[in-house]
Design a protein around this ligand. Structure first.
Ligand code: TYD
Length: 210
């Protein structure tokens, strides 16, 4: 009984490559800590030793989109079992840089894997686990592509063309529209300080609801 009452919250960050979500992680951790919350900061694919090994394959090896989907969920199963669930159980907050919304956007909408297959894997791997809050960092495709062009050596997803990025953006915005309670869309096409304050406002709004 008390276990459920004290369960932590699960927060995920999403957006296309180049939307800048990862830049905001330190600020988000600081905001949660101001509420005296223990935070476990993690990422997908990855978050475990096995998951990080799978990440290296997923980001740089070309493979069938369904193989990619299965490996994403294999990494996710390990992540949930060994990191996410134990942390939530003890009352910590989990902040994950990407989760299953990315599989719907990248593997399904952009790469064509049937949504129904992802839904089945989601149910199997996650049971009833869903993020409590998802911050979606949204930018126009051309902004994202420009940021990536100026950045480090791209992984295979970052080498995709504008059409792929358009599909990602549409997929993310549709998921946000379908799940308005869970999602908060951040306009990430603004000066960094403005994005940061928008993130802080949205986090405080979330705290007001719990
Ligand atoms: P990303 O989170 O953008 O990390 P970095 O900022 O270090 O580049 O990279 C992870 C990549 O993995 C990203 O391009 C999206 C992709 N991805 C999927 O295709 N499906 C998934 O389910 C997840 C979690 C990520």
């Amino acid at each position: 009984m008390t276990k459920t009452k004290n369960r932590g919250k699960f927060i995920t960050l999403e957006g296309m490559d180049g939307a800048g979500k990862s830049t905001h992680i330190p600020n988000i951790i600081a905001a949660l800590k101001r509420h005296h919350i223990e935070v476990v900061s993690t990422r997908e694919p990855g978050g475990t030793r096995l998951g990080e090994e799978l990440r290296a394959l997923l980001l740089f090896e070309s493979m069938h989109p369904e193989t990619e989907t299965l490996l994403m969920f294999a990494a996710r199963r390990e992540h949930i079992a060994t990191v996410i669930e134990p942390a939530l159980e003890r009352g910590a907050y989990v902040l994950s840089d990407r989760f299953t919304d990315a599989t719907y956007a990248y593997q399904s909408s952009a790469k064509g894997v049937a949504k129904v297959k992802i839904k089945q894997l989601e149910k199997w791997v996650q049971g009833s686990l869903q993020p409590d809050l998802t911050l979606l960092f949204d930018v126009p495709v051309e902004v994202s592509l420009k940021r990536l062009a100026d950045a480090r050596e791209p992984d295979k997803f970052e080498r995709e063309d504008a059409r792929f990025f358009e599909k990602l953006r549409d997929a993310y915005l549709s998921r946000a529209a379908e799940n308005p309670t869970r999602f908060r869309v951040i306009d990430a096409n603004q000066a960094l300080e403005k994005v940061k304050s928008e993130v802080n406002v949205k986090l405080e709004e979330f705290f007001a609801t719990i």
